[in-house]
Design a binder for this molecule. Structure first.
Ligand SMILES: *Cc1c(COP(=O)(O)O)cnc(C)c1O
Length: 337
């Protein structure tokens, strides 16, 4: 095992030993290749650089108490990358190839998987880019798929702590019938200005309203939104949100815990009714929210300074499955050996 300060890694790029690559040329995917280089050599006219033909994924591997390394729901990430590829006309990588690349990337870097006690994990970043040259607006003829990994610290090194969100109606992340539902870099470029503003104001993220009417809750910059009231887990149904695998998993666990689940349009006014609010995604599983500030109306919605009971239960349950502390009855984890 590497000698790193596992608890204080934070979330930043860190070099590991190997990455995996696969090229799409002449209408077909090649073999998986292992590389120890951190750089790629691509054509200056590659479509990824000019026209945003780029999609990515994010998932994690966890070291269990039993010393086994588990990867969480990677078939879902593989399928979502295929959806993203359809969404921006890129070559689709077969699910099996995606999974094999992830397995190899983890196996080749097992000494970077943080120990169980640290609460840290190995972050896995799959990436698909158009590498073929075009100058007219057309999809590339060549693509490169890569997987690289790095250890990341526990999201809550000081414990599971709530943060605030901000609503700013002058910014949209994605259009109602645009690319919001795909995990593509373009959505992130489109959210950086307001994301920076939010951080500078002391908020953890922007809570977007639907772009068309500004009447319904959409999602947070990099995470889905949920609210809980009257023993019901409520999460927005919208064409412009990214289908979070964490959210999909929490829905299953919420039902198992006896909560009702509603996936529907969530009117802005409902912010006043929730007993608990959270943002969910691979990075933190759940980021509990203590307040939502509406900057246009100078109005606060408050949910208490401590995480809500259901949020905490859901968080603990999902983490326990990921680390192998609880049985994986849904077949969500794959042991890498
Ligand atoms: C990746 C992502 C999420 C979270 O998805 P998970 O699969 O749970 O990690 C939520 N919203 C956006 C915009 C994302 O890109």
């Amino acid at each position: 095992m590497e000698n790193l300060d596992w608890k204080n890694l934070g979330f930043g790029y860190r070099k590991s030993d190997y990455n995996v690559r696969c090229y799409y040329r002449d209408g077909k995917w090649g073999e998986l290749e292992i590389s120890s280089s951190e750089t790629i050599n691509i054509h200056m006219s590659a479509t990824a650089l000019h026209y945003g033909q780029e999609a990515f994924e994010g998932l994690k591997a966890f070291m269990g108490k039993d010393g086994k390394i588990r990867v969480f729901r990677m078939d879902e990430n593989a399928k979502r990358m295929q959806d993203s590829s359809d969404g921006i006309l890129m070559a689709k990588l077969p699910v099996e190839k995606f999974q094999e690349a992830v397995r190899i990337a983890v196996k080749m870097n097992t000494h970077f998987v943080p120990p169980y006690e640290s609460g840290a994990s190995l972050y896995i970043r799959p990436l698909l880019i158009g590498t073929g040259p075009q100058i007219g607006v057309k999809p590339a003829n060549e693509y490169l798929f890569m997987v690289f990994v790095m250890p990341v610290g526990p999201y809550f090194p000081e414990g599971f702590k709530p943060t605030d969100l901000i609503i700013m109606r002058e910014y949209d992340r994605a259009a109602p019938q645009g690319t919001g539902k795909y995990k593509v870099g373009g959505n992130y470029a489109a959210s950086m200005v307001e994301g920076k503003k939010a951080k500078e104001g002391g908020f953890s993220a922007v809570l977007y309203l639907d772009s068309k009417e500004k009447k319904y809750l959409d999602e947070c910059g990099p995470a889905n939104f949920f609210g809980i009231k009257n023993k019901t887990y409520i999460t927005p149904l919208s064409d412009s949100i990214l289908p979070s695998i964490t959210n999909k998993s929490l829905i299953v666990l919420a039902e198992e815990m006896g909560l009702k689940v509603e996936r529907r349009k969530v009117p802005y006014e409902e912010l006043a009714e929730f007993e608990e609010v959270g943002a969910c995604g691979t990075a933190a599983v759940i980021s509990p929210i203590k307040g939502v500030y509406d900057s246009d109306k100078d109005k606060w919605f408050k949910y208490g300074d401590e995480p809500g009971v259901w949020s905490e239960k859901l968080y603990n349950k999902l983490r326990a499955i990921q680390y192998g502390d609880e049985p994986d009855k849904y077949g969500w984890v794959e042991v890498i050996d």
